[in-house]
Design a protein around this ligand. Structure first.
Ligand code: AMP
Length: 524
């Protein structure tokens, strides 16, 4: 089984129903979508020389042609390489070269950067711009038959977001994609053809993966109208009216933004089915606010490219049980293992740790990638013993809920005591004058490492005094965890998926420009 079949099937089942929409407007029926995909597949194979297993890179912002390119690539038996279009030119070049893509599909916004690689990226033979005249011609070619693929054939090279070092291409097979798709129905929602998914986040990442469960069931894929800008309250409310049964994948920052938008609180949310959020920590204070606005329509996922968005999850019932004695702990956890994954917390030698102890999160199951593309040493290391080593630190409770502490390298050890930045961040976010915060460790001659908090104040001109921030911490966490230094910034550095890049903050520690006048005395 492989995803290309779904589009072809829906094209026959419900030819005149909407498959793709741009904002409130229907862009293509299933019959049109299926025929364009099958035409493009013919073009890829017979005009652009693609053979099954070749890689086709997709460098585009979210647009209908993205879905045509992805399913066209699969229909032709090739491997899709969805590249985050917000990456820097150099990063794009690296991924195209490393994946060995022979064809790249791009849009007019990224055309120059991608075409420039035709001479330098060794394997790249052709660049097709969509929309455009060539695209229209290729998608109008006579439908080509679907090229059959095996469950263990690669389908999607998922280049990880690279908060550290060079991106690595998690090789996702058809089996991995199918397992993640079925897990959506098992754990998140049943999806029907009257439903819709809003792609407000990049299709090259979580939104694209959840899109599979919707395409498979004949639901509508809704691409936000590019002319309407980022999806804000009014637009969101209009889309809810137009597309009942709407779900979306949103990073915590977007959930927070929507929850704070008066147009959303005023909107009729009856037709909002589910907000799947995750990919980064959602802080308790923000989640509480979002629950007040949206009600328990949330599913939190914990996943990574290497086990596509499917490791553990916190379901709607968990979000609804506000009276549960462990409600607040649960809301700070990432939930129990998904139906088709095994999760273990292990020590440095991969021995299972007792409940409550913090160790590396290991995962096993059909969603776990085949390996890193063309990186055998990293693959062997990450998949050793048959378990995916996530690099995340966490602990399991007696009910099977996993709480992430941090990525292994983010742990701060100060005076021999472990401090997980997340707990300090959670504490500081309770201060009303703190808009955002990220905590890192700085080398310290006395303590080994010292806790440093980078704080974005709500009012840039009036950062809260260090003594007040200390008090906020001391109300919630142990004294030794309290930052030894606060630095104030206008914004935290984030990568192209909106995740805070702690590496950059660590580099900034050497830069006196961000040093705060509120430095604390080093007494612990
Ligand atoms: P990526 O492969 O780019 O999606 O990054 C995956 C990483 O994001 C994971 O290894 C975690 O460190 C982090 N992450 C994913 N989901 C969550 C979540 N629900 N809460 C906290 N961190 C998360």
């Amino acid at each position: 089984m492989f995803p290309a079949i779904w589009v072809e099937r829906q094209g026959r089942h419900r030819p005149s129903e909407p498959a793709i929409a741009v904002g409130e407007r229907v862009h293509a029926s299933w019959a049109l979508f299926a025929s364009r995909v099958a035409g493009l597949a013919g073009g890829l194979r017979h005009e652009l020389g693609c053979s099954p297993g070749d890689r086709v890179a997709i460098v585009m912002r979210n647009r209908p042609e993205y879905l045509e390119a992805m399913y066209g690539a699969w229909h032709a038996g090739t491997v899709a390489v969805p590249v985050n279009a917000r990456l820097h030119r150099e990063e794009l070049a690296y991924i195209i070269e490393h994946s060995g893509a022979t064809v790249a599909v791009t849009d007019p916004e990224h055309d120059d950067d991608v075409e420039a690689l035709l001479g330098s990226a060794q394997s790249l033979r052709a660049v097709v711009v969509a929309p455009g005249a060539q695209w229209e011609r290729l998608t109008a070619l006579p439908p080509d038959p679907v090229v059959s693929r095996e469950p263990d054939d690669p389908a999607w090279l998922f280049y990880t977001s690279g908060t550290t070092g060079r991106p690595k291409g998690a090789t996702l097979t058809n089996r991995n994609l199918l397992a993640a798709t079925l897990a959506y129905y098992a754990d998140i929602d049943h999806v029907g053809h009257a439903d819709a998914i809003l792609h407000a986040a990049p299709l090259s990442h979580g939104s694209g993966l959840y899109g599979l469960s919707h395409v498979a069931r004949g639901a509508v894929s809704v691409i936000p109208d590019p002319d309407a800008g980022a999806v804000e309250g009014e637009q969101f409310a209009a889309l809810l009216r137009r597309w009942p049964g709407l779900s979306l994948f949103a990073a915590p920052t977007m959930v927070k933004r929507l929850a704070g938008d008066p147009a959303v609180s005023a909107a009729n949310l009856e037709h909002l089915k589910t907000i799947v959020y995750g990919g980064a920590p959602m802080y308790a204070a923000d989640l509480e606010e979002a629950l007040d606005v949206f009600g328990p329509r949330f599913y939190q996922i914990y996943g990574q490219g290497e086990s596509p968005m499917t490791i553990t999850g916190l379901d709607k019932a968990d979000h609804a049980e506000r009276e549960h004695p462990r409600f607040s702990e649960r809301m700070q956890s990432v939930g129990p293992a998904r139906t088709n994954t095994e999760v273990m917390v292990a020590d440095d030698e991969d021995r299972e740790l007792p409940l409550g102890e913090v160790g590396e999160v290991l995962v096993r199951g059909d969603t776990v990638m085949a390996g890193y593309w063309r990186q055998p040493a990293e693959t062997a290391e990450t998949l050793r013993g048959g378990w995916l080593h996530t690099g995340d630190l966490g602990s399991l409770d007696a009910d099977g809920y996993l709480t992430l502490r941090d990525r292994s390298k983010d742990l701060i050890i100060t005076g021999g005591m472990n401090v997980y930045p997340r707990e300090v961040e959670e504490a500081l976010l309770r201060h009303p004058a703190v808009r955002a915060v990220s905590v890192v460790g700085r080398r310290d001659p006395d303590w080994g490492e010292a806790v440093v908090a980078f704080v974005v104040p709500s009012e840039p001109a009036a950062p809260p005094p260090a003594a007040e921030l200390d008090r906020t911490c001391l109300e919630r966490i142990a004294r030794y965890k309290r930052p030894k230094e606060y630095r104030f910034l206008d914004a935290l550095p984030t990568n192209n998926y909106g995740k805070v890049v702690k590496r950059e903050l660590r580099e900034r520690l050497a830069d006196p420009a961000t040093t705060s006048p509120h430095q604390q005395s080093p007494a612990n």
